[in-house]
Design a protein around this ligand. Structure first.
Ligand SMILES: N[C@@H](CCC[C@H](N)C(=O)O)C(=O)O
Length: 317
């Protein structure tokens, strides 16, 4: 079957995106495409929806399907807004229909979109996370990991474990890698795995590095950055409102508000198109191939932006 794939990124979290129909073999396609192109972290499938402008499904590069993807949703938002010639849209995802909109550019020539991140839950059953008879885990060390790092567990709605760490543990990624690999293998605490982020305050906001479930270390994870901004506000690291979140792939802005139990989160950042390819998809990898790829010119402008913003985070990249 011949398909048109757009290679896209949000904060250098990179995907193949395409319009498709409901099928049950997209997991296999995600595995194939990440074997063909090692840069990609997964695939974004844009489907027709009966309740929204479109529906998004996201598959990690190991083939697992995730309930949400913040960086990916910005790229889908751009596709749908341009396709339907609208400035705002609703996109159905696995657990919620979310508002997305075109935003003022983060930097000259960078397509910028804002997406709602919801629903948010601190209930351990929503991740799921099993730890003795606890029902929530917010800003407390997990004794089996470290007595010093305060960790929080939150779903948005995909599962996140967030630790606020000193500079040393941000620079040397081996501690994060060890625990993230453990929690994403056969383990008693996270039966479905978990995205693990380490957060450190920087001059103008926070820096977040994420080990993603189903992928490994990525340049950025949009839901993780938004969840990290929430935890950073709740712990007093930064004020509520708009938080600048630096990551190895660039910078996003997360807006965070909390009124009692009512939490509102929005993620704003780039939605960059890298190339468009014709792809022949067959059920076996040997017969699947990229037929023709046309490179686009947007990445140069994104790289210029990164050069400027990473001044605040270069020590960790
Ligand atoms: N990169 C994404 C999240 C993708 C899914 C995640 N790995 C999971 O399995 O939950 C983002 O930008 O949010």
């Amino acid at each position: 079957m011949e398909m048109t794939l757009i290679k896209v990124h949000g904060s250098m979290n990179t995907f193949f995106m395409f319009e498709g129909e409901e099928r049950n073999d997209y997991a296999q396609l995600a595995i194939q495409l990440s074997a063909i192109d090692k840069d990609v972290d997964g695939i974004l499938v844009i489907l027709a929806s009966t309740v929204a402008h479109a529906k998004m499904r996201v598959f990690n590069n190991d083939g697992s399907e995730a309930s949400m993807c913040g960086n990916g949703l910005r790229c889908v938002a751009r596709y749908v807004c341009e396709r339907d010639n609208v400035q705002e849209a609703i996109i159905e995802t696995m657990k919620a229909s979310l508002r997305v909109k075109k935003e003022e550019t983060l930097n000259e020539g960078i397509e910028t979109y804002a997406v709602e991140i919801s629903p948010v839950s601190f209930s351990l059953s929503s991740l799921p996370m099993n730890y003795l008879d606890h029902t929530e885990w917010i800003q407390k060390p997990l004794p089996f990991v470290s007595e010093e790092i305060p960790f929080s567990a939150v779903s948005v709605p995909n599962p996140h474990l967030i630790g606020i760490v000193p500079k040393e543990l941000q620079k040397d990624t081996s501690h994060q890698q060890k625990w993230a690999q453990q929690f994403n293998g056969d383990n008693e605490y996270f039966p479905d795995g978990v995205n693990v982020s380490y957060v450190t305050p920087v001059e103008q906001g926070i820096f977040v590095r994420t080990y993603e479930r189903g992928v490994g270390f990525t340049n950025a994870c949009g839901t993780a950055m938004t969840a990290s901004a929430l935890i950073s506000c709740m712990s007093g690291l930064v004020p509520f409102g708009e938080v600048s979140v630096f990551n190895p792939g660039g910078l996003v802005k997360c807006s965070v508000s909390k009124d009692g139990d009512i939490i509102q989160l929005q993620l704003t950042g780039n939605a960059t198109y890298l190339s468009i390819s014709k792809f022949e998809w067959s059920s076996d990898l040997e017969n699947s191939q990229m037929l023709l790829t046309t490179e686009l010119q947007e990445q140069q402008r994104y790289e210029k932006f990164i050069e400027e913003v990473t001044l605040f985070s270069s020590q960790y990249v």
